[in-house]
Design a protein around this ligand. Structure first.
Ligand SMILES: [Zn+2]
Length: 283
């Protein structure tokens, strides 16, 4: 099995989206350009959501159009619906992400509809993306614990993950959105999902509220997963997940997996500088 680990840098989107201070567009562009210089192959740049709901992402178009692109790097955006997808396509997103929750409570609170309604809503987005040659990553929120519904049944994670894969997502992200999962819980849900989907199709997205994210990555590595989301400087939280702190910090993930004998291909020194810059943005 490969010892190459790919980090999907989500700081500019999942991170900044949840910061209270409004970040200047030029700082966001600078951050993405700096991340490109670190050697990331996948960067989640922004989110095409309604500015009414997420004012921090109101400049999505300007940011995606303003960055300097490097060859071979995937610059992605979150697109919850067709309207968002059309804007992302216009701004030449290489990939788009759709998010479905594993619990009805989180789905209602986060996107105002049931799980199955959300999956139905995503179908035309995936279809339009396929037609435009844009890849789609599907993400499952709250895979172990939900702030509204409590402990999550792995069966419902499998249901949503499978639906996203069958819809045409080339990758399915599994997210501990509130950052309270333990390695035991992650192992349990991964075992369930791996019965239906191969490890190569999966990625891990772990917040670090309870300080278990690195252990959760480790158990995921043991299960064959080699793609992980993280945010430079540990930016962010989740507005719909009360109490959640940021994503696991990219620099901590790189350090940890390197010690475990894996290879990320990232410029560690530069990463440290960008982490300082990113943390400075929160003020
Ligand atoms: Zn997240």
């Amino acid at each position: 099995m490969s010892n190459r680990v790919t980090i999907y840098e989500v700081g500019p989107r999942d991170g900044l989206q949840n910061e209270k201070t409004l970040i200047a567009t030029e700082d966001k562009i600078l951050l993405v350009n700096d991340l490109t210089a670190c050697g990331f192959q996948k960067i989640e740049v922004t989110s095409f959501v309604s500015p009414k709901w997420v004012p921090q992402m109101a400049d999505a178009l300007e940011v995606l159009e303003g960055i300097d692109r490097a060859n071979g790097v995937t610059y992605s955006a979150l697109t919850p619906n067709l309207k968002g997808f059309d804007r992302a396509k216009h701004a030449l997103a290489d990939e788009v992400a759709i998010f479905a929750a594993a619990t009805e409570g989180f789905s209602e609170a986060n996107i105002n509809c049931s799980i199955d309604e959300s999956l139905t809503r995503f179908k035309p987005v995936v279809k339009a993306a396929k037609a435009a040659g844009i890849s789609v990553r599907g993400c499952v929120s709250v895979i172990t614990d939900c702030p509204y519904d409590g402990a999550v049944d792995p069966t419902s994670v499998v249901h949503v993950a499978k639906a996203l894969a069958e819809m045409g997502c080339h990758e399915v992200g599994l997210a501990d959105t509130i950052g309270v999962a333990t390695p035991e819980k992650i192992e349990k849900v991964l075992d369930a999902v791996l019965q239906e989907l191969p490890a190569e199709l999966l990625s891990g997205h772990y917040h670090d509220t309870n300080g278990c994210a690195l252990d959760n990555i480790e158990v995921s590595l043991d299960k064959g997963i080699r793609l992980f989301d993280s945010a430079i400087g540990g930016l962010g939280g989740c507005p719909y997940a009360p109490g959640a702190t940021g994503n696991v910090a990219t620099e901590a993930v790189v350090d940890h997996v390197t010690k475990l004998g894996y290879y990320t291909g990232l410029d560690v020194e530069k990463l440290g500088d960008v982490a300082v810059f990113a943390r400075g943005l929160r003020r």
